[in-house]
Design a protein around this ligand. Structure first.
Ligand code: CIR
Length: 276
C-alpha cells in the first residue's frame, strides 16, 4: 500500500453560512446553533490547516447553502483525480458549483488532476469515502449508493480497489470510522463502528496489517490527520486518552479543537476540508 495519510499539501475549506442554523440534521429537535461561535471555531480550524499545510484555498460561504462549510462531501481527490460528487441530499447539490469554480480557477493551475463530475444514478458524499493506501472504502449510507462504488471503480480500477462498506447507523462512514494512517483505524465503540471496522478489515484481506482502536464517544471516531499532527475533538476526556496515546506512539502532535457548533448539525473534523 502507498501511504496516503499525512501526505497532504493542500486543503480546500469553505466559510460558514449565515444560514447555518438551517443546516440538515438527523435530530430535527436539535440544539440552537451559535453562528458567530461556529465562525470562530472554523477560523481556528482553518488556521490550524494553514500552519500544517503548504496551501489552504478558502471559498466564500454561500448563504443560500446552509451546509456549505461541510465541503468534504462535495469532492474527492485521490490518485491524481478530482471527483466532484453528486451529493445524496438534493438540498446540498448547489454547493458543488463554488467548489468546481475553485478547482478550475485555482487547483487546476497548480495541481495536474483529472477532473470528473459524477452523474445520476450515482449518489455520493465525500464523508462516505475513506482512503487507505490506494484503496477506497465507500460507506453505503443514506447519502451514498452502490452506483457510487461502480462509478469510482470505473475511475480507479485497477490502480486502486474500491470496496463497499454497509453502514447500519450514522450519517456517513466517516461519522463512525476514520484512519490515523494506513494501518490504524479509529472507530466508534458502537454497533455501526464495529460493523464498519470489520468490513474495512475484511476488504483489506489477510495480508493487511491493521490496528483498530475503539473510542467511547462516537464523535471522536472522526479524527483529522495532517502531516505531523493528529486533530481530535475537544471535550471528550475518555476518548482523548486513547487518541493521545495513538498519536504520540506515532510521533504526531495531538491537537484538540472545539467544533461543538458543527456537531449540532452532524458535522465533525474531516467534514470541513478536502485534503490533497
Ligand atoms: C449534512 O447533514 O449533510 C450536514 N449537516 C453535515 C455533513 C457532515 N459531513 C461530513 O460528515 N462529511
Amino acid at each position: 500500500m502507498t501511504e496516503q495519510h499525512g501526505n497532504s499539501k493542500m486543503a480546500m475549506v469553505r466559510g460558514v453560512a449565515q444560514s447555518m442554523q438551517s443546516a440538515l440534521r438527523q435530530d430535527p429537535s436539535g440544539l440552537v446553533l451559535d453562528v458567530a461561535k461556529a465562525r470562530d471555531q472554523h477560523l481556528a480550524y482553518t488556521e490550524l490547516l494553514r500552519r500544517n499545510l503548504e496551501q489552504v484555498i478558502e471559498i466564500d460561504a454561500d448563504d443560500n447553502q446552509p451546509d456549505c462549510c461541510f465541503i468534504e462531501d462535495t469532492a474527492i481527490v485521490h490518485l491524481g483525480h478530482f471527483i466532484l460528487c453528486r451529493m445524496g441530499a438534493p438540498e446540498r447539490r448547489g454547493e458543488t458549483k463554488g467548489v468546481r469554480q475553485a478547482f478550475e480557477q485555482i487547483v487546476a493551475r497548480t495541481a495536474p488532476l483529472i477532473f470528473h463530475c459524477l452523474e445520476l444514478p450515482t449518489a455520493l458524499d465525500g464523508g462516505d469515502v475513506l482512503r487507505l493506501g490506494r484503496d477506497l472504502f465507500v460507506g453505503l449510507s443514506k447519502r451514498s449508493n452502490a452506483a457510487a462504488v461502480d462509478s469510482l471503480r470505473a475511475i480507479f480500477s485497477p490502480k486502486g480497489q474500491v470496496h463497499a462498506v454497509p453502514l447500519s447507523e450514522g450519517l456517513h462512514l466517516k461519522s463512525v470510522l476514520t484512519a490515523i494512517d494506513d494501518h490504524t483505524l479509529v472507530a466508534a465503540d458502537n454497533n455501526a463502528g464495529r460493523l464498519a471496522a470489520a468490513s474495512v478489515v475484511a476488504g483489506l484481506g489477510p495480508g493487511g496489517r491493521i490496528e483498530v482502536a475503539y473510542v467511547p464517544d462516537a464523535l471522536c471516531a472522526n479524527v483529522l490527520r495532517l502531516p505531523s499532527t493528529l486533530v481530535v475533538q475537544q471535550g471528550y476526556p475518555r476518548s482523548s486518552v486513547i487518541l493521545r496515546r495513538l498519536g504520540e506512539e506515532r510521533q504526531l502532535d495531538v491537537t484538540e479543537l472545539d467544533m461543538s457548533e458543527f456537531a449540532k448539525v452532524d458535522g465533525a473534523l474531516t467534514c470541513c476540508s478536502i485534503l490533497f
